[in-house]
Design a protein around this ligand. Structure first.
Ligand SMILES: CC(C)(COP(=O)(O)OP(=O)(O)OC[C@H]1O[C@@H](n2cnc3c(N)ncnc32)[C@H](O)[C@@H]1OP(=O)(O)O)[C@@H](O)C(=O)NCCC(=O)NCCS
Length: 212
């Protein structure tokens, strides 16, 4: 990794306060989430584009600086237990871009709209507080649920690639979302949220002015 493009450790991007949605709370990923996260990732090995870590590997990664990325857990308010995670990787501060990831763990949590609910909140954080202009997500082309959520939130396919020549299923799509398209999608999905994104940007601009 070229650390010049990914200058800051995860602490620079972490949520300062938890984000609350109708059914979820997004808070920074914790060491104690390790077993759940490794279990979810093993269960989704077929969809994953990355190697599956052991608990020891996950913990070593968690304790590292995790430069250019930030990871949050999504916790079900009703049950008080994590239901999944969201992240931004390869954060490029100069280019105002990042790769976004989402995972809703366990079959009992799937198909209930949690991915959409968590991703809307996470994108508001990325486009508002982290001042991103563009996020990308690489997804297998047969990951219909993920692509459906991405398209609903305004993403467009900007690139297609084969993952492994031997695997006919393994076609990848790059889903790209700009702040402007997300704002337009947000006005359709939940018009009450769009002004909050503008507010986050106003706060950010004010903070930048104070630093000058
Ligand atoms: C992809 C994933 C995040 C979806 O989580 P989820 O909480 O079940 O998703 P949601 O319930 O919010 O939304 C799923 C949407 O996809 C739709 N969907 C589900 N299966 C579908 C299919 N085969 N074709 C088209 N749409 C489909 C659902 O109808 C729903 O849309 P709606 O809300 O408009 O009705 C989850 O399956 C997961 O974590 N997978 C493993 C990790 C992964 O693939 N991450 C994405 C790659 S970065």
């Amino acid at each position: 990794m070229n650390t010049a493009s990914y200058p800051s450790p995860h602490t620079a991007y972490e949520l300062r306060t938890a984000i609350e949605t109708a059914r979820l709370v997004l808070r920074p990923l914790r060491r104690s989430d390790a077993e759940l996260v490794v279990g979810w990732r093993a269960q989704d090995a077929a969809q994953s584009l990355r190697p599956q870590p052991t608990i020891a590997e996950h913990l070593a990664w968690f304790a590292s600086e995790r430069r250019g990325r930030v990871d949050s857990a999504t916790v079900e308010k009703a049950k008080g237990r994590p239901s999944g995670l969201v992240n931004f990787r390869d954060i490029d501060e100069a280019g105002q871009s990042a790769e976004v990831g989402k995972l809703i763990g366990g079959p009992s949590c799937r198909g209930r709209g949690y991915a959409q609910e968590a991703t809307v909140a996470w994108l508001m954080y990325g486009f508002g507080e982290l001042d991103l202009e563009r996020v990308d997500a690489w997804t297998r082309s047969d990951n219909h649920a993920s692509i459906h959520v991405d398209v609903k939130l305004g993403s467009m396919v900007t690139e297609e690639r084969r993952f492994r020549d031997a695997d006919a299923r393994a076609e990848l799509r790059k889903m790209t979302l700009t702040r402007q398209r997300f704002l337009e999608a947000l006005r359709e999905i939940d018009p009450s949220l769009a002004p909050m994104l503008s507010l986050a940007r106003t706060r950010l601009a004010a903070a930048a002015r104070r630093q000058r």
